[in-house]
Ligand binder design. Structure first.
Ligand code: 6FA
Ligand code: ABL
Length: 540
């Protein structure tokens, strides 16, 4: 049966939009290519130590680092060459869940938002009311494995940093540090799946359908009539819209770009790849109806560099190696008993920001995330692995570098031009920021920097850094919002230029990286986008 709105993809963008639009009484079909995630949604992938409960890997925050080390990693999209979650909740079911309320600057015209978007506060307030952040996720209110917080605070205080509750003052992003904040709820993964999705599911006019991969939108010129899916139980896999209905793409920065290509929207080189594909080609509209928009350009992601240290006070928690298979028995028991302890939090323990002057006169910001353990260590120094911890330095707001994403001949999503440190002032500023971080190591007794080791300068370390590990998984900009068709992909109402009824609401429309890990900003974007779409005339 036809619906008012088809929303493609159940990441944070799709879920929040679906909830708000169904709340307004419209019929909404949310299509997700992947399967369930948390126990509440019917997920069943759980560690043996949680057998007999409904807790899955996706519920238990302390299992976060095991997302990257599990041989059975079915949650990653296998047709995208960078990390992307292909399951209910998208990235928010597998990510570190660091959650920052956006600052005013994150929505300023200076960073590329149209004037109509700068008043984000009402939407951010709606988000905060539905999904409040917490920097004490353990249900007993205590903090665990906090040695890293203390050591890194000792490192930063001599540099003039002050301690704040980060989400109490989102605009303060210079020389501040605070406890890591999350969208965990009651010691479990919360996010949009546990909140917005649940209110949507309670409405008769909302339907969620899993394991349904949308291949393309079906359009006649500028009018979209529905979507083609892999669902063989309906004719041609076709899901129709009501006469004034709308499609909203929320497939993520790679997923939505590919959907546009497969629908005849994007640069000609990408559309030619689709045209040559034996399966996707025949679904393309005729070339006379192709819409040339800069889909995949203007992409950015934070370049991130790991610094690894040791300190005698630090417990590296066995580098999280056995949390899924065989965690410390007392920690598992504590978590199962009352959702408390080390298992109630993902790996980060402290976050910090500072503003950095740059050679081109444009300020950039640096974010740091500190956690016990390390993803990898290369060093000539002897070190005690049970005492190691990582500070990841991310170049954040103010980045000038841009790259491009697209598809290859197999139609896998991938970066075509890497977005990291293309701009020379981005690079020199990042190096400066990293050097600042380590400038006070000698003031903290027992603290040792083991990577980079003493055989190289920070500049050499950054120069030789493997670009694949500079990826922060914070892709934005591939369907950039703006006021002009040639320069942007979606207009101020998030409607794809050249179409009557096709929209994009996900990380891809964000013009520039926010100060922090982006999903908090994105969820405010989704609140605002849903309001603008509902207010736009001509809809169902
Ligand atoms: N962001 C934060 O703010 N804090 C973090 O700690 C954080 N950590 C990570 C992280 O550890 C990893 C490994 C990754 C990959 C990302 C992290 N991020 C973090 C970034 C954050 O998760 C993303 O910015 C955010 O999830 C983006 O939300 P979107 O709504 O834009 O897109 P998603 O990729 O989340 O969801 C897209 C959904 O659409 C998926 O469920 C996918 O299966 C579905 N989909 C895609 N194409 C489809 C199609 N053709 N048909 C049907 N469904 C489709
Ligand atoms: C994020 O926002 C990043 O996207 C993730 O990369 C990051 O997690 C989380 N937040 C938490 O800070 C890191 C893990 O801690 C590493 O162990 C892992 O190697 C890396 O992601 C992979 O990108």
């Amino acid at each position: 049966t036809p619906v008012d709105y088809i929303i493609v993809g159940s990441g944070p963008g799709g879920i929040i939009t679906a909830d708000r639009i169904s709340q307004a009484g419209k019929s909404v079909l949310l299509l997700e290519r992947g399967g369930p995630s948390t126990g509440q949604t019917g997920g069943t992938y759980q560690p043996n130590w949680a057998k007999g409960t409904s807790l899955t890997k996706f519920d238990i925050p302390g299992l976060f680092e095991s997302m990257f080390t599990d041989a059975n990693d079915f949650w990653w999209c296998k047709d995208i060459t960078v990390f992307a979650g292909c399951l209910l909740g998208g990235g928010t079911s597998v990510n570190g869940a660091l959650y920052w309320l956006p600052s005013d600057n994150d929505f300023s015209t200076q960073v590329g938002w149209p004037q109509q978007w700068t008043n984000h506060q009402p939407y951010t307030a709606m988000l905060k009311a539905r999904l409040p952040p917490t920097d004490a996720p353990s249900k007993d209110g205590k903090r665990y494995l906090e040695q890293v917080s203390n050591v890194v605070a000792d490192l930063l205080i001599p540099q003039g940093y002050r301690n704040v509750t980060i989400n109490d003052s989102p605009n303060a992003k210079d020389h501040v540090y605070g406890y890591s904040a999350y969208d965990f709820i009651g010691g479990q993964r919360g996010g949009p799946v546990a909140t917005y999705l649940q209110t949507a599911l309670a409405r008769p006019n909302f339907k969620l359908q899993l394991f349904t991969n949308v291949l393309n939108v079906v359009r006649n010129g500028s009018q979209i009539t529905g979507v083609t899916t892999n669902d063989t139980s309906v004719l041609n896999g076709f899901y129709p819209l009501n006469p004034n209905g709308r499609v909203i793409l929320s497939g993520g920065s790679y997923g939505s770009a590919r959907l546009l290509f497969r629908s005849g929207i994007g640069p000609p080189d990408m559309l030619s790849i689709v045209a040559n594909d034996p399966v996707a080609g025949p679904n393309l509209p005729p070339q006379s109806q192709w819409i040339n928009l800069p889909v995949g350009f203007n992409v950015s992601d934070n370049p991130s560099i790991n610094l690894v240290f040791t300190h005698p006070s630090v417990d590296a928690y066995d580098n999280w190696a056995d949390v899924f298979t065989d965690p410390p028995a007392a920690d598992a028991a504590q978590y199962l008993a009352n959702r408390s302890g080390i298992m109630a939090q993902a790996s980060p323990r402290l976050n910090f920001w500072s503003a950095l002057g740059a050679s081109d006169g444009v300020t950039r910001w640096m974010q740091g995330t500190a956690r016990p353990g390390a993803a990898s260590v290369t060093t000539t120094l002897n070190y005690n692995a049970s005492q190691m911890f990582t500070i990841t330095g991310y170049l954040s707001a103010g980045i000038k570098s841009r790259g491009r994403l697209g598809i290859n001949a197999a139609m896998n999503g991938m970066p075509l031009v890497n977005p990291w440190l293309v701009d020379p002032a981005d690079k020199s500023t990042l190096i400066q920021g990293l050097n600042n971080i380590i400038s006070t190591v000698s003031l903290v007794p027992g603290l040792q920097l083991i990577m980079p080791d003493n055989t190289m300068t920070m500049a050499q370390y950054v120069d030789n850094y493997d670009p694949a590990t500079m990826d922060s998984n914070h892709w934005v900009g591939s369907n950039i919002i703006g006021t002009k068709a040639g320069e942007a992909v979606v207009d101020v109402n998030t409607k794809v230029f050249g179409t009557n009824n096709l929209f994009v609401v996900d990380a891809s429309i964000i013009p520039s990286l926010p100060y922090g890990n982006p999903h908090g900003t994105l969820m405010s974007v989704a609140e605002q986008a849903a309001a603008k779409i509902l207010a736009l005339a001509g809809g169902p």
